[in-house]
Design a binder for this molecule. Structure first.
Ligand SMILES: Cc1ncc(COP(=O)(O)O)c(C=O)c1O
Length: 321
């Protein structure tokens, strides 16, 4: 937290923090996986690139270099002795002023990590999840930049997922302002039709997911044709298969949408193959994707300016809630 290691119970911020009042923060969600070479963060560089892009859009100047944050992410995982975990870097405007303009508010930078199993349930990964079309629309990208991962933007997702769960579904699917498919509350969507993968892009108000990008590359490597285009709800309802992608949800099949089964109402063969290849990549079993894994154990200290948490660290204070 702001350059030092802090126990979970003391990782607090002031109630006057700008971000608490206005949602003025940006964050990332990454997963660290157990691999034969030790713990490794999946696509750490891509996540940090997106963090810095999100920050730039909102005028947050992150007072660390990407190399420093990269090392800090690894240090948090190492110090907690996690083999696998979820990692949440967050940068936000702290306490300084409650003007809507965040002038005089310091930028706070925190990296949290905790063990996190499957997001939509282990059974969901195999059998698929039940999804509902949300009454809430995804905000249009000229209202807020959907390609940025910013705290306040998630109120839209929260409304959608709460409504879905209240009505007995696992996840919400949001349409964009024109009624095309956008994405889940925390996932991108893919459809399979006649052996072809279909997905949309940022013209439909989505966050450009890093898992989405990984799946696009994996599909290419599997020789599976992909088309990126606007998707209508009918495309989904008449699809052979559909699945969500996201760091938290990984690759999760969609079994039904508002009681209408997708395909046979269970995980389809193409989804299963993509899942298999994805988990082979994240677990380090497929060497073709080794460049996506950032080993936590290797210190990249060649750069003299590299971040040294060791200086700020007091042994014995790390605990995780
Ligand atoms: C709204 C939204 N869309 C899509 C995604 C998937 O993005 P990624 O694969 O980078 O986790 C996420 C998760 O971060 C999300 O919150």
């Amino acid at each position: 937290m702001n350059g030092g290691l802090v126990p979970w119970s003391r990782a607090t911020t002031h109630v006057s923090a700008h971000a608490l009042h206005y949602g003025s923060g940006v964050f990332e969600g990454m997963r660290c996986y157990e691999t034969p070479d030790g713990a490794a963060v999946f696509r750490l560089d891509a996540h940090l690139d997106r963090l810095y892009s999100s920050a730039e859009i909102y005028g947050l100047e992150i007072p660390y270099t990407p190399a420093e944050l990269s090392e800090a992410v690894c240090e948090v995982i190492r110090r907690n002795d996690f083999d696998s975990c979820y990692v949440r870097p967050i940068c936000y405007f702290g306490s300084g002023s409650l003007n809507v303009h965040p002038r005089n508010c310091p930028v706070e930078v925190v990296i949290l990590a905790w063990p996190w199993a499957t997001y939509l349930g282990a059974a969901g990964l195999e059998q698929g999840v039940r999804v509902t079309v949300s009454p809430w629309r995804k905000f249009q990208s000229r209202m807020m930049p959907t390609t940025a991962k910013a705290c306040g933007q998630y109120l839209n997702s929260m409304l959608a997922v709460r409504d879905a769960i209240d009505r007995g579904y696992a996840e919400a699917l949001l349409l964009d302002s024109e009624g095309n498919l956008a994405e889940g509350s925390g996932e991108n969507i893919f459809i399979v039709r006649d052996g072809q993968l279909l997905t949309n892009d940022d013209r439909h108000s989505i966050l450009l997911g890093i898992t989405r990008d990984a799946v696009l590359q994996i599909a290419g490597d599997l020789g599976c044709p992909v088309e990126i285009k606007a998707l209508e709800l009918d495309d989904l309802l008449s699809a052979d298969e559909a699945f969500f992608t996201g760091t938290a949800a990984e690759v999760t099949p969609i079994s039904e949408v508002d009681m209408i089964p997708i395909g046979r109402g269970s995980r389809g063969p193409v989804t299963q193959e993509i899942q298999r290849a994805f988990f082979a990549a994240t677990s380090g079993r497929d060497q073709r994707y080794a460049h996506w894994l950032h080993s936590v154990d290797i210190r990249r200290d060649e750069d003299n300016k590299s971040f040294s948490l060791a200086q700020a660290f007091t042994p014995g204070i790390v605990e995780c809630g």
